[in-house]
Each structure stands twice: as C-alpha cells, then as structure tokens.
Write a protein that binds this ligand. Sequence first.
Ligand code: ARG
Length: 379
Amino acid sequence: MSILKELENSLKTIIKNAGYDEESIALEPSNRRDLGEYQLNDAMQLVKTYHKNPREIAEDIVKELSKDERFTHINIAGPGFINFSLSNEYTYSFLNKINEDVYNNIDKKAPKKIIIDYGGANVSKALHVGHLRSANIGEALKRLAKLLGYDALGDAHLGDFGRPLGLVIKEIKEEYPNLAYFDPNYEGDYSEIDLPITNEDLERIYPLASNKSKEDEAYLEDARDITMKFQSKEKGYFELWKKIVDISKEDIKKTYDSLNTNFEIWNGESDEMEFFNELYKIYEEKGLITESEGAKVIEVATEDDNSPMPPLMMVKSNGTMSYDSTDLAAILERRVNFNPDEIWYVVDGRQSLHFEQVFRAARKGMDKMENHLRQEMVE
Ligand code: ARG
C-alpha cells in the first residue's frame, strides 16, 4: 500500500474516533510549510453534514490526532484548516520500507494495455537531441506505468520508410552504379551481394545526399522515384533498402541500449505500412478519401477550427506515401496486433499539428479507436 493511502486510512480512523464519519480524506501538501508539511481540510467539509462550527470540528480531530505519535507540529489555521507534520521516526520507517521494496509505496491500478511510442530515430541518420529526449521521458513513463501494474509496451517506431532512404539509395547509386541491386536483370540471390557500406558510411551519405538534393532538382527527382520504388517493393531497390535498414537498425539498437532504453516492439514505419492497403480500403469504403492537387487526402478540418487544419495526406501527388499515413497505419496495426486500451506518444511538440490530423482521421475512420488515443506532447 502506498504511503499516502496508509496515511489516509489512519486519518479516516482518527476522524471517526473524533466522532465524525468521513468518506474521502482531503489531505494535501501544505502551502504554508511554516505551519506544517500537510494540510487536512476535512473539518471544513464536515460542516455540511454536521452543521457545526468548523473550528470546533477541527479541535475534536486535533485532540485525536495528538494522541498519535506519528503526527507532530499539529495546529489549526484560519477557520479550521489542520496543519501537521510527520515525525522523523515515521518518515524513516517509510523510507526504509520503500528501500526494501518499491512496491511498498505503490497502489496498483486496474490492468490495461498501453503502447508507448517514444523512439522515432531515423534509419541512416544520426539520432538528434529530440530523439534522446523522447527516449528518456518515454522510458521513464513506461517504467512508471509498469510499476502501476499496466501492461506497457514500448514501440521504437523507427523512421525507415520516407524520402531520406530514397536520398541515401540515390547517393549509393551515384557512388556504386554497378551494384547488382541496380541491375533489373539480376537473377541471383540478393543476400549474396557484398554491399561496401557501413553505418559510418550512411552517416556520411545522408547529409551529402540531402545537400545535393537541395541544389539539384534532377537528383531530388531521382530520389523521389527511388522512394516510390522501394515503397512499392520493386525488385533490387526493395532489397537494398532492406539491407540499409538492417545495417542502421543494428547501430540504433546499440545507441538505445547505451541509453538504457528498451523497446518491446522494434517496428518501423515500414512495418506499419504493411497495413496501408487495408487502411486505404477502410477510408475509401467510407468515402473519406478525396483527391486534392493529385494527392489522396482525408479532410479533417471542422467548422470550429480557428486556425488552418490541412487535410491528412495519404498518398502524395508524386505517388509516395506520406509521414501522415505511417502514423495512421500504425494505429490500425497496433489495434490488430495488440489491441491496446491506449496509445501514448512521446514526441516533439512541433509535431502537434501532425498528430491532431492523425487522431482526427483515426476517429473519423476507425470509430472504435475513439477512446484509445491519448496525446502526450513533450514541448
Ligand atoms: N521519425 C520522426 C522524426 O525523427 C519521429 C517519429 C515520432 N513518432 C511517431 N509516431 N511519428 O521526426
């Protein structure tokens, strides 16, 4: 039982011994620390039931409280607020109990399953400080949730399906144009191809490719085209993409390990996108997919919006899948594979518009998810 619960139970008995019946104890940390560590406000509440002066009630309670050695510095402030502190002996005994077993200070909650999405590192790109922040806060939340008795599962949700990978493959193609991956007539086993690329190479390649794409429209166009190719599992490109993901994932795992961050689920956006066709069908059948400037979108704006709410992008006009759809697909995938009661997101606050769009779309199309979404934004 938690310390607070034990204290509240004792106080209930004390108030009863003073001659009053109280359902719920109104105990709070005192905001007048000079008067005591805690403030007990029950005398004020009991006025309604017993029609007595609150100070009189407070005096009755204090008389009983004083008999108990655990409570010190007992006094009444204002019309009937009781202040008190805990004796050192009592505090020490609590601390020793927690030291023996942390569960001595925990009230377990009714079980529920929660998926916590707090990874988000991107394949072939170095982790940045935002990823470290989500990792640490998310891991702490998950451990707390587990202590409370929840079935909490961490999902790494790696960024492995977007244009950065298209850029990386474009640059590899520039540097090694003769790799068998790029030969449409290759009939051999892709696992036998010796790819001369390490994780260090990837960390060099991505920024290089990203810079080139900003200056060279044709280069960017090729990267987009390659993105579409691996997303649609085109022979060669898909296998190369997979290989790069494997190399990078191994390194990302080491980094998360060194942070003491442990994910139960090592999905990436690409795993979620295995559910894309099913997802698309659900929305299409409900007539929720519309076309906008060549893209397939889901409208999520409402009349009450007082700032612009762009539609959720399912498929971009160039045929590639969008970041929006990966998160919508993730909700469906998690629901099918894990059926969680809640999903918590520990992500950068700058993604709040993205998640607002995703959650609105989820509520529109996957009605049963209505109560399963919770947004934990880390500013
Ligand atoms: N990969 C994304 C990024 O680096 C973060 C992913 C956050 N989580 C999510 N479910 N979208 O910006």
